[in-house]
Design a protein around this ligand. Structure first.
Ligand code: AKB
Length: 332
């Protein structure tokens, strides 16, 4: 670490008079804009800054503060944290599983060097730091049904390796220096308004768009490939509730969170209850199929439920109804 300052970060952010000041990296990916909206509703528009290296669409500019931030540029990040009195950092910048396999060197740089920068920055500035992990942090030798919080983790992707590294680095710095590191292992996230980029679970978003546009979907996974999934409002709420949880409630620093678990066949069947003509063909892509086959089919999230009260609101049928309505509304 470049410099370590240690005091209870609760002093910075938990008092009711004092709203957290949040910076979100990788803010133009699947999750950033929605999380910023949820946090802004609670803490005020000006207290949540979205960042990315890309130019956002105008509607994102109009929603609240947006700045350029490159996670590989430590001084750029430090300037943002210091100038904006940031107290919470949400680190969403990462290359996902499938795209990471296609570009291992870039995934290593963004997912590992970028992480080291935010860890150093969080230590230096006593930030509460959220880093997402994933079902991808497990591998073929992990227990699959369900995968507990603590078990064998031998992922076979650079994405998974970088996420295990993030979990372990964050926990190490928490135990050694008191860093307020918080990490949730997300399932595949299903969203209507933003697209995932280069993941193995992306089909579960694309199938809805295809169902409403052409009525046909070609799936790159086998029909019976079961994976843990979550609707995006649950993912955002879990993240906000976990960030708000008092430190005394956390027996772990890395938790699984779960909502549902389905196969392509099952989600297609549920969509057919609304759109009976949907046709799905299966053309497994060897890279993504191998990745999916190495991941858990279900998460055990009992510790998250017990420690800080995690409870999902959306099951498969509620998620499908909501997705179709949201995409229809967007298309109109
Ligand atoms: C991916 O498929 O790579 C991500 C994930 C499950 O972490 N959506």
């Amino acid at each position: 670490p470049r410099q370590i300052n240690r005091w209870p970060s609760d002093q910075l952010s938990d008092s009711p008079a004092d709203s957290p000041r949040v910076l979100i990296t990788g803010g133009l990916g699947q999750l950033g804009v929605g999380l910023a909206q949820m946090l802004r509703q609670q803490y005020g528009k000006e207290n949540v800054i979205l960042s990315d290296i890309r130019r956002p669409p105008n509607e994102v500019y109009n929603m609240g503060p947006f700045v350029y931030a490159d996670v590989l540029d430590f001084k750029n990040l430090r300037e943002l944290v210091v100038n904006n009195r940031i107290t919470w950092l949400v680190h969403y910048s990462a290359l996902l599983s499938a795209v990471g396999e296609a570009n291992v060197a870039l995934a290593r740089t963004i997912n590992i060097t970028g992480l080291h920068n935010v860890l150093d920055l969080a230590l230096e500035n006593c930030l509460r730091l959220f880093v997402p992990s994933t079902i991808g942090a497990f591998g073929p030798s992990s227990p699959r049904d369900p995968a507990p919080d603590l078990s064998i983790q031998r992922p076979r992707t650079i994405y998974g390796v970088s996420k295990v590294h993030a979990e372990l680095m964050g926990e190490y710095l928490h135990h050694k220096y008191g860093l307020d590191f918080r990490c949730l292992r997300y399932p595949g996230v299903v969203s209507a308004n933003t697209n995932p980029g280069g993941g193995t679970t992306d089909y579960a978003v694309q199938i809805f768009h295809d169902a409403l546009s052409t009525g046909k979907h070609e799936c790159y996974l086998r029909a019976n490939t079961r994976l843990p999934m979550m609707h995006i409002p649950d993912c955002h709420r879990a993240t906000v509730e976990f960030m708000q949880a008092p430190e005394s409630r956390l027996s772990l620093r890395t938790y699984n969170i779960a909502a549902m678990s389905f196969t392509p066949e099952e989600v297609a069947e549920e969509i057919r209850k609304h759109l009976p003509n949907l046709r799905v063909t299966y053309n497994p892509d060897i890279i993504r199929q191998t990745i999916a086959d190495s991941w858990p089919v279900r998460f055990d999230d009992s510790n998250a439920r017990q420690d800080w009260g995690w409870k999902p609101a959306y099951g498969l049928s509620e998620m499908v109804t909501d997705m179709l309505a949201a995409i229809r509304e967007k298309r109109e």
